[in-house]
Design a binder for this molecule. Structure first.
Ligand code: SF4
Length: 327
């Protein structure tokens, strides 16, 4: 059986992130711990949703995995290879296999380049096609993402937000990646367009066997596309579980609060639902105090929460949580 036909739990791990840290020095003796000891894996053809409020470090995780930032510590194993130890040829191969789609489709596309040039750039860098074959490939990619060959000679400003995101997807696909970090790819789009882009990404995954890390600030955005979800708070993962399990049985107080804000389509259920309002802002990730990072906003906090950092532990099969109070 081919890898993409196997049930998810039997597929091999494509990305294995181990104790990843990314710190930034932001002043005299001040360290911003954007990513602080994060571990997770993603299997081939799987989508892991990574969710958390603005500034929790989720985009930094994505950027560090694909090498846009150098890790402060920890390892990223991609397809069996440690990405911090690649030689020049292996690194070039890795940059082809691991791509990123950005949040703001307009800012991420060069306004002076035509769609052909934008999509063709990666093809040229990796020497994949030239001449007529290159143009044919660009037309194929445009059709693959729901655009047409007539769009090839146009500039980014001539497109709507949803179409620009499709160009961003075509650019990522141009070099035939295996893994794509989707960094809030629908957050800047109208709600009516968001579902179209999610459907496109799902179809491409099905047809091309892609693996995704899908980053979002809101649990409603990752619900349909994710096989599993990891919830991040202040640089750390606080809970991971299969998507349906996380929605039905959230255990971490932070996940419970995030989920209580997700609207439910049934008006009666929505009216009866209790919204958990988190007090205060996300604390600064600079020189964070010891213990649980969520302690200042947690209604269940106990003295131990100020002393010991809770580690992720498996509470049920495939359901992990970092909280002293959940046994
Ligand atoms: Fe709340 Fe303590 Fe659990 Fe942190 S460890 S989430 S502060 S109960």
């Amino acid at each position: 059986m081919t890898e993409e036909r196997k049930p998810l739990e039997e597929r091999k791990t494509l990305i294995d992130v181990r104790n990843l840290k990314k710190y930034f020095q932001v002043g005299k003796g001040l360290t911003l711990k954007a990513v602080d000891d994060v571990s997770f894996y993603i299997r081939e053809g799987e989508t892991l949703g990574l969710v958390g409020e603005s500034g929790c470090g989720k985009s930094t995780v994505g950027r560090t995995i694909i090498g846009l930032y150098a890790a402060t510590d920890g390892e990223v194993i991609f397809d069996g290879m440690n990405v911090n130890q690649l030689n020049q040829k292996q690194r070039k191969d890795f940059t082809r296999k691991a791509q990123m789609i950005f949040q703001d489709p307009y800012a991420s596309l060069n306004p002076r380049m035509t769609v052909t040039d934008i999509i063709g750039e990666g093809i040229d860098i990796h020497g994949l096609y030239s001449g007529k074959e290159r143009q044919k490939r660009i037309y194929e990619l445009l059709e693959l993402v729901g655009l047409s060959r007539e769009h090839a000679s146009r500039f980014p400003h001539e497109f709507s937000g949803g179409q620009r995101q499709r160009i961003g997807v075509a650019r990522a696909l141009a070099i035939e990646p295996k893994f794509i970090v989707c960094d809030e790819p629908i957050s800047a789009l109208d709600v009516s367009i968001q579902a179209q882009v999610v459907n496109l990404l799902e179809d491409l995954q099905e047809n091309l066997g892609l693996t995704y890390l899908f980053i979002a600030h809101d649990l409603s955005m990752v619900k349909h596309i994710s096989d599993r979800i990891a919830v991040m708070y202040l640089g750390a993962i606080v809970e991971t579980a299969p998507s349906h399990e996380l929605y039905e049985n959230p255990l971490h107080p932070y996940t419970q609060a995030l989920l209580s804000a997700v609207p439910i389509p049934d008006p009666t259920v929505e009216k009866a639902k209790k919204r958990i309002i988190l007090e205060g802002e996300v604390p600064s990730p600079i020189n964070t105090p010891p213990g649980c990072k969520f302690q200042a906003r947690c209604r269940y906090a106990q003295p131990i929460c100020k002393e010991e950092t809770p580690k992720l532990k498996e509470i049920k099969p495939h359901h992990f949580i970092a909280c002293h109070m959940v046994k």
